[in-house]
Design a protein around this ligand. Structure first.
Ligand SMILES: Nc1ncnc2c1ncn2[C@@H]1O[C@H](COP(=O)(O)OP(=O)(O)O)[C@@H](O)[C@H]1O
Ligand SMILES: [Mg+2]
Length: 375
């Protein structure tokens, strides 16, 4: 045996010991050598491959591109894949395809150049990824059921209050009517309580319907400033009744947003109502609510509603977006929860930060849409 054939045998033994597929090609893309792992991966024997173009191991559309890469490399000496790994698709003898990670090196000092490719089969890796994606989806579903369970518990609790109040007042009426000389004004008052508690229960159910409500939305491109300004028409009187002025700080030059106008206004109304309620409760706070817009980096716009009431206590801030969480005696605790689901459905975010020097600032961020790319 000659030295070169020794060297050749050593090299082949080395290649065959590798787990990954290894192929050596010349500057035209013709296969010079391959290892056993490559034979197994592609389902060919070495004799089927050596002397043929490497294209035979690729899906046809990629093969054409590969030729272009090789000739560009020959012309310019610039290789895109060398020294960097990338993901490719291989094609087996039986025509089936598989994902693989390819890294390529140039054989040192070879002229014309030769290249070594290392191919790592990613099929299993992909399966693991797919499994973990499925597991995550299952988990999300469980979480959804869990929060539905929580919500059901919340609804039960929430409805229980007006219902037991109704029962108590009705029993009282019954007792009073049984007596000798029934106190009609008192019976009257109890009946009014019954009516108002029934309305409260109805209101809870109505809001709940909004919360789980119909997910169909009608999106259209809107100027967010116009949507915000319209709030003055919708809620100006409500604010005025409490001696509160609405101030607008609208940024110019905002890209349009693709939104369901009515739903976004519902969110703004919820935020505004909370601000009005917080000012109504606090003495001496400036009776102004600011509605503003501003442009953010991401392409996003932000709308904020700011009051200078008492602000949100930290322990409240942690929970206020939860359904049925309220600090108000007659609150339903659904305003922020509903708002959050609406904003999420718009691929936006709803959040809160303290206002300076006091007060609360709620903001919603919505992705903007360029005029030429309709949703
Ligand atoms: N502008 C605000 N200032 C202070 N606290 C607020 C403000 N907005 C919301 N909150 C807090 O968040 C809670 C939840 O609000 P929300 O979901 O609208 O329900 P509700 O208004 O029925 O209480 C409120 O009870 C209040 O404690
Ligand atoms: Mg509210």
């Amino acid at each position: 045996m000659t030295d070169t054939s020794h060297a050749h045998n050593d090299l082949q033994a080395l290649l065959d010991a590798a787990v990954d597929a290894i192929l050596i090609i010349d500057h035209r893309g013709v296969i010079q050598a391959l290892n056993r792992a490559a034979e197994q991966l592609f389902g060919y024997g070495a004799e089927d491959c050596i002397g043929n173009n490497i294209r035979m191991l690729m899906p046809p559309e990629i093969g054409a591109e590969h030729d272009a890469h090789m000739s560009r490399y020959r012309a310019t000496g610039v290789a895109h894949v060398i020294g960097r790994g990338r993901e490719v698709e291989g094609q087996r003898r039986d025509g089936s395809r598989f994902p693989a990670r390819l890294s390529v090196g140039q054989v040192a000092g070879s002229e014309p150049p030769r290249f070594v490719g290392f191919l790592h089969d990613l099929t299993q890796h992909r399966e693991v990824e797919e499994d973990s994606r499925r597991a995550q989806a299952r988990l999300a579903q469980v979480a959804r059921y869990a929060s539905m369970g929580e919500m059901a518990a919340g609804i039960a609790h929430e409805l229980n209050q007006p219902l037991s109040a109704i029962a108590t007042y009705a029993q009282a009426c019954d007792r009073m009517l049984d007596g000798q000389d029934p106190d009609l004004p008192e019976i009257h008052a109890a009946l009014q309580q019954i009516a108002s508690q029934a309305l409260r229960a109805g209101e809870i159910i109505r809001k709940l319907r909004d919360l789980v409500g119909n997910p169909q939305t009608e999106r259209a491109l809107c100027d967010i400033n116009e949507v915000v300004a319209q709030i003055a028409t919708l809620a100006g009187t409500e604010a005025g009744d409490h001696g509160i002025t609405l101030k607008f700080a609208l940024a110019s030059d905002l890209a349009p947003v693709s939104i369901d106008r009515g739903q976004v206004q519902q969110v703004l109304l919820n935020l505004l109502r909370n601000a009005i309620e917080s000012l109504a409760e606090s003495v001496g706070a400036p009776r102004v609510i600011t509605l503003g817009t501003r442009r953010l980096q991401d392409p996003e716009v932000e709308v904020y509603v700011r009051d200078q009431g008492p602000g949100v206590a930290p322990e409240v801030a942690d929970r206020m977006f939860d359904p049925f969480y309220t600090t108000k005696r007659s609150g339903a605790g659904l305003g922020l929860a509903i708002s959050k689901t609406i904003v999420r459905a718009h691929r936006g975010t709803l959040g809160h930060r303290p206002a300076a020097p006091t007060g609360a600032e709620f903001f919603l961020r919505l992705p903007t849409q360029e005029r030429n790319e309709l949703p």
